[in-house]
Design a protein around this ligand. Structure first.
Ligand code: ATP
Ligand code: MG
Length: 364
């Protein structure tokens, strides 16, 4: 049995690419920002791809945003990525941290239970009692570690942490040092160059608005939008499918047309306007590209292991149930309306949509 980790951090998963980019940096002799592992140009290539170097594109759709993010991280302000769920904010923050610092693991997950200790440091109490406050007895937070090593720290879902915890970041980001009074009245840990913070926040969650003005000023906000180009989205889902299933995918028949259909349904429901221009009610369920990938993967797995190895439109409709109908009666009504009008119309002259329509009978 394979003992491979289910998911590797980006710096391991793409170690080859990072090595090639570092090599290329050396040959080109470009200047790196202080504390960075790569030049800004190479960081950009890592995220949006560089064919001659054999670096694949990972983030689609908004290259200027990637540039602005990199520029922000070279400066004094932190980077705040905000947007709808599933727009690849976390992915982008991981990629940037991996390319800039070679380490994307210095991460705090914001929750209602996040405390100041999680942001700053805590103590190993056994050691604290034995030898007092020392380098050994302190338990540094990911941010502390990022400061002393000159790396990027990530603060995921920052708005889920209480405002006063978020505000711990204010002095960290403006003074770039952390006071440790236990080490002495004036003791401070100074950030080395290369340190910065990437935070992410989901617009569906309680408030970016509740963030204090002081903290907002310390961050440069970038909004990550859902993919605008349907062709990009189809390509992305196809790639993710390949990445997630690997060899399993080769034994499944998954036509491009079926993938197109899947992406079309998700886009219609996400935007509330169909590709024909009909306005429909959007379900409350998240219908992001990430969910589309999830449906594609589970339909392919079902076809491979429980079916006849063909991903049909009907299978897609079935797999959508768990994603789009999370026990929400109003959403069920919206989906039925969408099926009874938009899909029915398409089904009149397309057999794939017809097969899809037939399977939507389970949508209730
Ligand atoms: N523009 C995009 N480029 C590449 N992948 C994307 C893009 N948009 C969505 N994805 C897909 O979405 C997946 C999940 O994204 P991620 O978890 O980073 O989203 P998120 O914005 O952090 O969501 P949440 O707000 O729910 O935390 C990615 O792994 C990728 O498959
Ligand atoms: Mg996220």
């Amino acid at each position: 049995m394979s003992t491979e980790a289910v998911r590797q951090p980006a710096e391991l998963k793409f170690a080859d690419e990072l090595a090639r980019l570092a090599q290329d940096d050396q040959e080109q002799g470009g200047a790196k920002p202080p504390g960075w592992k790569l030049t800004a140009r190479a960081v950009r290539s890592f995220v949006i791809g560089d064919e001659p170097l054999g670096v694949e594109r990972k983030f689609y759709g908004d290259d200027p945003l990637v540039d602005r993010a990199i520029v922000t991280l070279m400066g004094r302000q932190g980077l705040m990525l905000v947007g709808e769920p599933g727009t690849a904010k976390s992915m982008l923050s991981e990629l940037l941290a991996a390319a800039i610092s070679g380490n994307s693991n210095l991460t705090i997950q914001g929750t209602a239970a996040t405390t100041e200790d999680h942001v700053r440091y805590s103590w190993n109490y056994a050691l604290l009692l034995a030898e007092g406050p020392t380098e050994r007895s302190i338990v540094p937070s990911p941010i502390y570690q990022a400061m002393v090593s000159g790396r990027i720290a990530r603060f995921e879902e920052i708005t889920r942490a209480a405002p006063e915890i978020q505000d711990t970041m204010v002095s960290l980001l403006s003074e770039k040092h952390l006071m440790v009074p236990e080490f002495g009245a004036d003791a401070r840990i100074a950030a080395r160059s290369g340190f910065n913070v990437i935070a992410t926040a989901n617009l569906r969650d309680r408030g970016v608005n509740e963030m204090s003005a002081a903290l907002k000023r310390r961050f440069n906000f970038e909004t990550v939008h859902p993919l605008a180009d349907p062709q990009f989205e189809v390509e992305l889902v196809a790639r993710q499918l390949e990445a997630e299933l690997g060899p399993d995918l080769r034994s499944v028949k998954f036509d491009r047309e079926v993938l197109d259909l899947l992406v079309t349904v998700f886009r219609d429901l996400r935007t509330g306007t169909t590709k024909e221009g009909t306005v429909i009610k959007r379900p409350e369920a998240v219908m992001s590209t990430a969910e589309a990938v999830g449906v594609a993967v589970s339909a392919a797995l079902e076809a491979r292991y429980l079916g006849d190895a063909v991903v049909t439109p009907g299978r897609i409709a079935d797999r959508m149930l768990g994603v789009a109908l999370k026990d929400n009666q109003e959403d069920a009504a919206r989906l039925r309306f969408y099926a009874d009008t938009v899909i029915r119309e398409r089904a009149r002259h397309d057999r794939r949509w017809k097969a899809f329509l037939t399977a939507t009978r389970t949508w209730r």
